[in-house]
Design a protein around this ligand. Structure first.
Ligand SMILES: NC(=O)c1ccc[n+]([C@@H]2O[C@H](COP(=O)([O-])OP(=O)(O)OC[C@H]3O[C@@H](n4cnc5c(N)ncnc54)[C@H](OP(=O)(O)O)[C@@H]3O)[C@@H](O)[C@H]2O)c1
Length: 240
């Protein structure tokens, strides 16, 4: 039997790349980045499907292609692509606010909408939205970013409930994973004094690794996690 397909958005680096590496032996992967040249060429049985998710027309085409080209065997969607433009709200240009809402919140919503149409027919599938611990705690200079991440949690919980209302027997799950401070490109740019401050707030006394988020995703996609639904799983070393 052919392996089921899993879409990972934002798979060119950081957490998405770590997920792609770990999931590769288990699933056929549809890897996404903003541009084709940001991904290696697709290998046998895997696919690249790119779009700048802050561009509405590109998002629409991406969703149409996802359904048309992969709707038959799509099993999982990891909405991981995200952008953090840290700034005081007073100085944050509207363009940056729009970009964070588009990439972090609207794109996962639109991609989940397509996935739900596909999963609804087969009564099987998993959506995992990558939120952030700051969606729960809030964080100075990340008010818009944190708002998009909190929105993802509310969206995921609501969708999980909606699936239950619409289906009696089904194996469709909607989840969030909220990483804390994980070492990737996104966190590389944080000034040293802030990094030190964050470290003091982490009971594990260390930053997280991308592979630790990937391991969580591998487990949550599997049937071993069949009863974990509508949850927001914090993977943050105890950060609060
Ligand atoms: N790292 C952390 O500590 C941390 C903590 C909490 C939550 N998160 C969340 O985890 C996810 C991954 O973060 P990361 O640290 O791995 O980030 P990263 O290393 O900066 O990678 C971001 C990914 O998102 C894609 N992306 C960004 N803007 C895009 C756009 N406009 N259109 C399409 N794709 C776009 C990038 O693709 P390109 O390479 O093509 O630009 C890249 O693949 C994000 O949702 C982030 O908010 C991260």
């Amino acid at each position: 039997m052919e392996k089921p397909k899993v879409l990972i958005t934002g798979a060119s680096k950081g957490l998405g790349l770590a997920m792609a590496e770990l999931l590769a032996p288990h699933y056929r992967l549809i890897l996404h980045a903003s541009k084709e040249e940001n991904l290696p060429p697709a290998t046998d049985g895997n696919f690249n499907l790119c779009a700048n998710l802050s561009d509405n027309a590109e998002l629409t085409t991406f969703c149409k292609r996802l359904k048309a080209e992969h709707g038959d065997t799509l099993y999982g969607v990891i909405n991981n692509a995200g952008v953090a433009l840290d700034k005081s709200i007073v100085f944050q240009p509207e363009k940056e606010i729009d970009a964070m809402i588009a990439v972090n919140l609207k794109a996962p919503i639109m991609i989940s909408k397509v996935a739900m149409k596909i999963f609804g027919l087969k009564k099987r599938g998993v959506i995992i939205n990558i939120s952030s611990s700051v969606g729960e705690t809030g964080n100075a200079f990340q008010s818009v970013y944190a708002a998009t991440k909190a929105g993802l949690v509310a969206f995921s919980k609501s969708l999980a409930k909606e699936v239950g209302m619409l289906n009696n027997e089904h194996q469709i799950r909607v989840l969030c994973v909220s990483p804390g401070f994980i070492e990737t490109n996104m966190t590389d740019t944080i000034p040293e004094n802030f990094r030190q401050k964050y470290l003091e707030m982490i009971p594990a006394n260390r930053y997280g690794k991308a592979s630790e988020i990937a391991e969580t995703i591998l487990f949550l996609l599997s049937d071993k996690a069949a009863y974990i639904n509508g949850a927001n799983i914090q993977v943050n070393g105890g950060l609060c």
